[in-house]
Design a protein around this ligand. Structure first.
Ligand code: BEZ
Length: 202
């Protein structure tokens, strides 16, 4: 399998954490790519018409894209066990969607402040994205801590990767204030070997 990869992407990181947790790094070849919404660069637009990563090539079968599709596929193929049976599955998927939504909003803030040409930038728009993140983090602190403390799953991995991305790209935003439980969880989760091996970089 070939994974189109950029080391800063929180969505690529989710897939990489799964691969490390499954001890299957030898099953996947990484294809480094780069680009952004204003310049697709080497992003695999022939493999994913949306021009987004991660994308996973599987020999003769169609390329998979969208991190949640890829993580479901790899979980089954590598028998990683990161999606529990229902009814817990519904919580895992909802938490994964919450983590992904936080990461999406954080990437949009990054694009707004680093990619969009200066005269068109909107701090109101970036702040609105942050409000979304803020609400989601409060919801996690209030409702999801017991799930985060349970057996490892893709919901936890998505939240861990989203928080790691905020620290990496939006380090001036204080997400830990008033969220002592989530902050402590993240410190412990970030020390997992699979998280250390996939820390974001440029
Ligand atoms: C980043 O450089 O922040 C980034 C790269 C790829 C996807 C998303 C974000």
């Amino acid at each position: 399998m070939k994974l189109y990869h950029a080391p800063a992407s929180p969505f690529v990181r989710k897939v990489m954490v799964l691969i490390h947790e499954a001890k299957a790094t030898d099953r996947v070849t990484l294809v480094p790519v780069s680009g952004h919404p204003l310049d697709p660069g080497t992003l695999p637009v022939d493999r994913n018409p949306l021009g987004k990563i991660p994308a996973l090539e599987r020999g003769d079968s169609p390329t998979l894209y969208d991190s949640r599709v890829i993580t479901r596929y790899l979980d089954q193929t590598l028998q990683a066990g990161l999606y529990p049976p229902a009814p817990r599955l519904w919580d895992t998927l909802t938490l994964e969607a919450t983590g992904d939504g936080i990461a999406e909003a954080a990437v949009l803030i990054r694009y707004e402040t680093a990619v969009r040409p200066e005269p068109s930038r909107s701090s109101d728009w970036a702040d609105a994205q942050w409000q979304k993140i803020d609400r989601a983090l409060t919801a996690i602190e209030e409702r999801w801590m017991s799930h985060l403390s349970g057996p490892l799953d893709m919901g936890q991995i998505a939240v861990g990767c989203a928080l790691g991305y905020i620290d990496f790209r939006l380090g001036d935003r204080d997400w830990r204030g008033g969220r002592a439980a989530l902050a402590a969880w993240h410190t412990a989760f970030a020390a997992r070997p699979a998280m250390l091996a996939t820390a974001p970089s440029t």
